[in-house]
Design a binder for this molecule. Sequence first.
Ligand SMILES: Cc1cc2nc3c(=O)[nH]c(=O)nc-3n(C[C@H](O)[C@H](O)[C@H](O)COP(=O)(O)O)c2cc1C
Length: 153
Amino acid sequence: MKTLIIYDSIFGNTAQAANFLADNLGLDALAKPLAETVAADISVAERVVVATPTHAGRASQPWQNFLKSLPANIWIGKRVAVFSTGLPARDKNFFLKIFLKILGYAAAPTLALLLKKGALLSGEPLDLMVATKQGPLLPGELERLSAWALKLK
Ligand SMILES: Cc1cc2nc3c(=O)[nH]c(=O)nc-3n(C[C@H](O)[C@H](O)[C@H](O)COP(=O)(O)O)c2cc1C
């Protein structure tokens, strides 16, 4: 298996996107829940895609705990890409808009952390949008994910 897509998901939207991506990338990709993932899975994968909901502008707590638990050198030379799911600021009330804008989304800070740990860039960070906290993914987001996947190195 070349690409391991590891996802955390409370309401199922990040899981849906991760499984869609695995289907899109073909036989050499596997989507796996974070709760079932161990460090050795990362070591054997050629490329790792981190998939996380945005929680308070960052990766979910389970992702943060998992990343902290890994051996420091595990990301060195590993190709990585990150996508998140989150809420679009438009159509939200004034305070939520400000909150979302200030906090931002999880993909960029998570990718930056992995690059700092020695990972190699496989693709730009991608933030997919959901309609409400529970979802669903907004129309066109899976197409955006497909287009992103085509550009992964
Ligand atoms: C505790 C919590 C914090 C959240 N914080 C943010 C946030 O800072 N920015 C944002 O865009 N969405 C935020 N959301 C919405 C989630 O991003 C949304 O529920 C998620 O994309 C759905 O993915 P899932 O179905 O895989 O859980 C938050 C949701 C929860 C439950």
